[in-house]
Write a protein that binds this ligand. Structure first.
Ligand SMILES: [Zn+2]
Length: 255
């Protein structure tokens, strides 16, 4: 099963191969690098429709990374919150089949951890315990002046364009934005888990740039599975490649 790219082979054969890998592994790490982990979530700020909103913010005049950056939060605060409210409101979203199956794998002691950029809390809603949130979470909100903690829903329910604390400090999510320092604890634990993993499954996205690609280097490249709807630059390094959706792959597995 080493260095055999089977992307062109039958889906059921590739699923059987993945099932074998999972059955024979005991330290699986799942790497999920996207801000929001619902497959239905499609960032439409690059598209031609729906560009304007109530504050006349035109998202497509900004780089996607800028909209989730420290600069945007403090320089274009209204833009940041408009984007955040429209794109990262995960309150009503339920875990999907992938979250559930990953939680099952953890329960039977196969999965070491999910290493993720996801900030949507869906793994925790599916009862996963070992979720290493490299970018922390939307589930905590604090005042950047006095440090007071708030219910995270306030960022979505506050009618003001810019949500403020009683002390007039800015309320912000406890999310590590672009240009901010990543939490050392989660990063260090992710390095350890990758070093000791015997199977790495990656949901590869176009955003798999630094630091995600740097983190993956800690894996010993034992068995590598890449799942992505489109071909990736790393496909040739994988033992198994799926160009199907995550839900399609995980639904087919017996866990
Ligand atoms: Zn305050």
């Amino acid at each position: 099963m080493v260095n055999i790219i089977m992307v062109s082979s039958d889906f059921s054969k590739r699923i059987a191969a993945l099932q074998d890998m999972i059955d024979s592994s005991s330290h699986i790490v799942f790497f999920w690098w996207a801000w929001v982990s619902t497959e239905s979530w499609v960032p439409d700020f690059r598209s031609k429709d729906g560009l304007y909103n109530q504050h006349d913010v035109q998202f497509d005049s900004y780089q996607p990374e800028y909209l989730l950056s420290h600069s945007c939060l403090y320089r274009d605060t209204k833009v940041f919150f408009e984007y955040y409210r429209q794109k990262l409101d995960c309150r009503g979203i339920k875990p999907n089949i992938t979250h559930k199956k990953l939680a099952e794998l953890e329960k039977v002691w196969k999965l070491t951890s999910v290493i993720t950029q996801n900030i949507d809390w869906l793994h925790q809603k599916a009862w996963s315990k070992r979720v290493l949130e490299i970018h922390w979470t939307t589930q905590r909100v604090y005042c950047d002046k006095c440090g007071k903690r708030y219910n995270p829903d306030i960022l979505f329910t506050d009618k003001r364009a810019i949500p403020l604390c009683d002390c007039w400090g800015l309320l912000r999510p406890d999310v590590t934005l672009y240009e901010e320092q990543l939490p050392a604890d989660a990063w260090n634990q992710a390095m350890i888990d990758l070093r000791t993993a015997d199977l790495l499954i990656i949901w590869w996205t176009s955003l798999m740039v630094y630091p995600a690609n740097a983190l993956i280097q800690y894996y010993r490249w034992d068995k590598l599975v890449i799942i992505n709807r489109d071909p990736t630059s790393q496909d040739s390094y994988a033992d198994l490649v799926f160009h199907e959706g995550l839900g399609e792959v995980f639904s087919a597995l017996k866990i």
